[in-house]
Design a protein around this ligand. Structure first.
Ligand SMILES: C[S@@+](CC[C@H](N)C(=O)[O-])C[C@H]1O[C@@H](n2cnc3c(N)ncnc32)[C@H](O)[C@@H]1O
Length: 358
């Protein structure tokens, strides 16, 4: 009978180094980063095939799932085994013919789950965006995004792809909802007459602020493709009667209001564009006015931070879009004639900057 070599000793018999299994080896970090792509591909296949939708009715075996989705039984079994190891699904029943159920994380990938992650996952895996991320080295080499060179602005590309635009708007709504709740808990919108949400998307933050401040009116400025979704969303939030929708380009002009909200806007643009936009706001801003800027403030040390990773996306997709640190935001606001009064930390690595006219 041949002797079975314990797994842990494999490196010794093969002479190879145990770079994947030995956490003390500094290269384990590199493996982990590389494996990020394999994990993402498994997640994306799971989402693209809408496995979560199929498992939403209850656990299924690989065979049952294959029949339901019209896919290969063996391959989908391998996919299930992998995503179960990643925490997106879990096997129930014996190891012979396991059935797979959704975990809480996997459940968030169903299209109709509250705060669904399906749209954002589909957007991240869109071939055009993946191509842009793959060309990050070119963006670093040339200092400009090849995606932007090909499509113009990211929002220009979204205008050519209605499904991507829908996914993006759902993504922003999901992402902004929790932050909006935290923003209205931390900031008093009560004294504001009219709040203009500039580039407001479907109006998640604006709707939350309007609900918190029943005497306030709202204005939502954005591009034409967002408007139908914004109208329906604001109506579903019960604030449509206090909110005016304005189709427009914030680089040309902004409507007059008592306060301006810029939520996840400034980080999309370079300093010149950001100043053009802030300048348009400054021109309309009354003496009692406020500019509320909601964005991520990068820490000035090596701490891991969502914004630093998001910055790679901005580098790949936007010409000039970039995350900034607190000093950079304050300097930008100062150049636009705005004095920062307060900076309030919020969840999801975001902060609210409250600025007033100088
Ligand atoms: C990152 S999203 C932020 C959406 C929303 N403020 C939020 O935080 O959920 C940026 C928004 O700016 C809008 N936008 C981009 N360029 C614009 C322009 N030139 N004029 C008006 N809106 C614009 C986009 O359509 C999009 O809805």
């Amino acid at each position: 009978m041949s002797e079975i070599t314990p797994l842990a000793d494999l490196a010794d018999v093969s002479g190879r180094e145990r770079d994947v299994v030995d956490d003390a080896d500094p290269r384990a970090l590199i493996w982990d980063l590389l494996r990020g792509q394999w994990r993402f591909s498994a997640l994306y296949a799971f989402v693209d095939l809408d496995v979560a939708g199929a498992l939403g009715d209850g656990p299924l075996t690989a065979g049952e799932l294959a029949e339901r989705l019209g896919v290969d039984r063996v391959a989908v079994g391998r996919l299930l085994r992998t995503v179960a190891a990643l925490g997106v699904a879990r096997s129930v029943g014996g190891p012979e013919t396991p059935r797979y159920a959704l975990t809480a994380a996997g459940d968030s990938l169903r299209a109709d789950a509250p705060g669904s992650m399906r749209s954002v996952s589909l957007l991240q895996g869109a071939p055009v965006l993946l191509e842009a991320m793959e060309s990050l080295a070119d963006a670093v080499r040339e200092g400009r995004s090849s995606f932007a060179a090909r499509f113009g602005s990211f929002y220009g590309w979204l205008a050519t792809d209605p499904a991507a635009r829908r996914h993006f708007d759902v993504f922003m709504t999901t992402r902004s909802r929790a932050v909006a709740e935290a923003a209205v808990a931390a900031y008093d919108f009560g004294g504001i007459g009219t709040l203009a949400d500039i580039g407001g998307g479907k109006g998640t933050v604006l709707a939350t602020a309007l609900r918190a401040a029943p005497g306030m009116r709202g204005l939502l400025l954005d591009l034409e493709p967002v408007m139908a979704g914004a109208r329906a969303f604001l109506a579903s939030e019960g604030v449509a009667d206090r909110c005016e929708l304005v189709v427009g380009d914030f680089f040309r002009a902004v409507p007059r209001a008592d306060a301006y909200l810029l939520s996840n806007i400034v980080h999309n643009w370079d300093d010149d564009d950001a100043l053009r936009l802030l300048g348009n706001i400054r021109r309309e801003l009354p003496a009692h006015g406020r500019v509320l800027l909601l964005d991520m403030l990068l820490p000035e040390d090596d701490r891991p931070h969502l914004g630093k990773e998001m910055d790679m996306r901005l580098l790949a997709l936007y010409d000039g879009g970039r995350e900034r640190g607190e000093h950079e935001y304050l300097a930008l606001l100062g150049k636009a004639g705005l004095r920062t009064e307060r900076v309030i930390g919020l969840p999801n690595a975001l902060s609210l900057i409250d600025a007033r006219p100088e």
